[in-house]
Write a protein that binds this ligand. Structure first.
Ligand code: HEC
Length: 88
């Protein structure tokens, strides 16, 4: 009985961590877009596009080549967010 309770607690903890991580990644993606992608042009520029994950990956890499400042981890979060939010 006690074991099942502990297991339930552990499972609940793992699940809530996953959900929170996902929510944070969403918020981070939006924040990164506003912060890092509005330096040279308004963030409306990427927002007006609809691209697949591969295309967003290519676009963000191209923007980084121009001077967009993103760490590798931030790039992943942003590409993930863009491909989920602005897809064809
Ligand atoms: C250092 C300046 C700079 C930053 C920072 C920047 N861009 Fe750009 N972006 C440009 C320039 C210049 C163009 C127009 C010329 C071109 O398309 O190559 C452009 C064009 C675009 C376009 C339209 C062309 C296309 O490929 O669809 C999109 C979308 C875009 N940027 C997205 C982004 C995103 C997303 C970010 C954030 C990671 C970003 N940009 C950050 C300079 C920048």
């Amino acid at each position: 009985m006690k074991k099942a309770l502990l297991l339930g607690l552990a499972l609940g903890f793992v699940l809530s961590t996953l959900i929170i991580t996902e929510a944070l990644a969403q918020a981070d993606g939006a924040a990164l877009l506003e912060e890092r992608c509005s330096v040279c042009h308004p963030s409306a520029r990427p927002k007006s596009k609809q691209k697949t994950a591969e295309q967003w990956e290519a676009t963000v890499s191209r923007m980084m080549g121009k001077g967009a400042r993103l760490a590798e981890e931030e790039k992943q979060i942003l590409v993930d967010y863009l491909s989920k939010t602005y897809k064809p």
